[in-house]
Structure formats: C-alpha cells, structure tokens
Design a protein around this ligand. Structure first.
Ligand SMILES: Nc1nc2c(ncn2[C@@H]2O[C@H](COP(=O)(O)OP(=O)(O)OP(=O)(O)O)[C@@H](O)[C@H]2O)c(=O)[nH]1
Ligand SMILES: [Mg+2]
Length: 342
C-alpha cells in the first residue's frame, strides 16, 4: 500500500520524504511524485534474531510517495489530486512553522479533499439521473447504483468525510473506481518551527478521530545527520520538538491500517506487512503465491509468548504453538510458519 505525503505547498513534505526514505527528493519529479520503499525497523526483529541467530534479517517495507503540494486558495489541481488518489493512506503535513494558522490550513485542506470527492460523486449522480430516464437494458443496474450513491452524496454535501461511513457492498462497488480522498485513513503531521509549546493545543484540536503528531520535520532531519555526541545535546537544546524516525514509521504503518507479522528460522528472520483483518491464507500469499495455493496450515505463536519463554521448544511444551487454518485472522506480532503442499 502506498502512503501519500500530502499537503499544501512548502509545508515540508519533501523534507519529510527525504528524511524518512534517506533519499533526496528529486526536483525533476516534483510534478509526478516520487516513491521510495522504506524499511520499517521493528525492535522485535532484534529480539527474534537473538533467539534464532539467522543468516539473514529482512525488514518489511512501507511505500512512501512524495506528492506535489496543493495550492492554497485554489480548489485543487486535478493532476495532483489524481496522484494522491492512488495512495491508500494520506499523511498530511501541515505548516505550523511559518505563522500561518495551522488549524485553518488543516480544515481548508480537508475541505479541498471533500470538494474534490463531492464533484466526482455528484457528476456521476447527475449522469445516472439522466441515464435512467431512458429505457435501456442497463437501466436497472444504473438505478441501483444511483440509489447506492444517494447517501454517499448526501454525506459529502453535509461536509462529512466518508472515512467514518459504513459502506454497503453495493456502495463500495459504486465508489471504488473513484478512489475517493475522504475515504482514506489520514494521519496528520504538524510541522513545527523551533517552538514546541503549541504542540499540545494542535493535537487536542485534532480530536480523537484523527491520529497525528507535532514536531519539527526540518530539525528532525538535521538531527539525523549529526553524530551521536552532538545529537543528544542538540535534541535537548531544541526542547523536544524533534521526532525519531523508527517510531514514526511504525505509527504511519498503523495509521494506514497495516500491521506486522513475522517469519523466523535459522535461515532468515523477517517482518512482513499485511492489512488488519487479513487471514493466514492472505499472509501466505504475501510471502509467495505457491504458499497460498497449497496452504495446509499455519503454525502460529505470538512474539510476546516467545520472548517470555525464550525458545520455540518452551512454546511447544506449554502448548502455545497453535495450528491455524487458512481463515485464521492474523494478529499483530504473530510469528507464522506456513505449511503448504506443493
Ligand atoms: N522552519 C522550518 N522550515 C521548514 C521545515 N520543513 C520545511 N521547511 C522549509 O519549507 C520549505 C519547503 O520545504 P519542502 O520540504 O520542500 O516543502 P514541500 O511541502 O515539499 O513543498 P512543495 O513540494 O513545493 O509543495 C523549505 O524552504 C524548507 O526549508 C521545518 O520543519 N521548519
Ligand atoms: Mg515537495
């Protein structure tokens, strides 16, 4: 899944992208967006490595996309919005360093996204309304689509994002190809200047429904470049406005509705990313399509149990190695060993 770094112009998106991915944002890709795969380093990998002493360690990747900034006051550049549409989750970088009110920027950006969705849905509804008047074989289908889109349109007209709305299967089908922006999970980063005092006020204003953090992207990136000795001193001097890369990546992963599971053996210890609610069969498919096709069972234990007991042998002795079937819903932190017939 792609995580789109979005926001108004000059809010610090490319600075965030460069810091998190370790690659400089390429200015020649400013209009098309730039993608990087970023390793998510979960601390449990080191614990697993200690137990299994593997030959190889591999980390799951997060796909980050640096998108061009939207222009304030314009209703959104269609080409830029279409790039954002491809992302499964939006990380909204808000300028909280220049003196421009961050909360009104946040609201107006959300409004821009909402208006873009509203335009798409209302255009489709208008088209269907005309179309169902004509006696055509597709009429019944179009009537059903029109009825499905009614409540979606009404919600957008009320100014509410689709993210909190329970969509019926028919509504999901009717909206899927639109890749609506307000349906995507959002994570907010208030990009602070060197003053951290406003952080708590900003985060409070976000409310419970939206996750977010407040720190200085620029200073965090600078800090990452320093050697260890200077780093601590600088971080202290900056009064806690900097953030650490690894925990932030884990937060972004969680916000995007994904989680980690692990595979562990003498050959390799590895983390994998799958969506919340995914089954053991899907997890197997993420590793290799052959494993999904020939899936027999998933021998499963949890990291917590393993770290507590110290070895797989102890896990088995305590009856904590489970045999799960294809439909088993994978839990965050599961260690899976997939058995498949080939
Ligand atoms: N004071 C301060 N300035 C920042 C910070 N982050 C970015 N900037 C400045 O904001 C300007 C834009 O930064 P970028 O990261 O290129 O912003 P962007 O969001 O990618 O901009 P566009 O791609 O043009 O939309 C640069 O001049 C940065 O130096 C920050 O944390 N603090
Ligand atoms: Mg940029």
């Amino acid at each position: 899944m792609k995580i789109g770094i979005v926001g108004y112009q000059s809010s610090g998106k490319s600075t965030l992208f460069a810091w998190l991915s370790g690659t400089d944002a390429d200015p020649s890709l400013a209009h098309t967006g730039q993608t990087a795969a970023v390793e998510v380093l979960d601390p449990r990998i080191a614990q697993l490595a200690e137990i299994y002493q593997p030959k190889k360690i591999t980390h799951a990747n997060l796909q980050l996309v640096d998108t061009p900034g939207l222009e304030k006051g314009s209703s959104g550049n269609a080409a830029h919005l279409s790039l954002i549409r491809e992302a499964g989750c939006l990380v909204h970088v808000v300028d909280a360093f220049s003196g421009d009110d961050p909360l009104s920027q946040l609201n107006s950006f959300d409004e821009d996204l909402l208006l873009a969705d509203l335009e798409i849905v209302s255009r489709r509804v208008e088209k269907l309304t005309e179309s169902v008047k004509k006696p055509r074989p597709s009429r019944e289908e179009e009537q059903a689509e029109l009825e499905a889109l009614g409540p979606v349109l009404a919600r957008l007209e009320e100014g509410k994002p689709l993210a909190g709305m329970e969509l019926s299967p028919l509504q999901q089908r009717a909206t899927r190809s639109f890749q609506l922006l307000t349906e995507k999970p959002q994570f907010v980063i208030f990009n602070l200047g060197d003053d951290g005092d406003i952080a708590s006020k900003l985060l409070e204003a976000l409310g419970k429904a939206t996750q977010g953090v407040a720190f200085s992207v620029g200073l965090s990136a600078e800090l990452a470049e320093m050697d260890e000795a200077d780093r601590e001193e600088f971080a202290e001097e900056m009064g806690g406005v900097t953030a650490e890369r690894e925990p932030l990546l884990l937060k972004l992963m969680q916000a995007s509705g994904q989680q980690l599971f692990f595979t562990a053996g003498e050959k390799e210890v590895r983390s994998w990313m799958i969506r919340h609610g995914a089954t053991a069969g899907e997890a197997a498919g993420g590793i290799h399509s052959d494993l999904e096709r020939g899936f027999v069972r998933a021998e499963t234990m949890s990291c917590d149990d393993l770290f507590r007991l110290g070895s797989e042998r102890e896990i088995k002795a305590n009856g904590l190695m489970r045999r799960e079937v294809r439909d088993y819903v994978v839990q965050e932190g599961d260690i899976l060993h997939i058995l498949a017939s080939t």
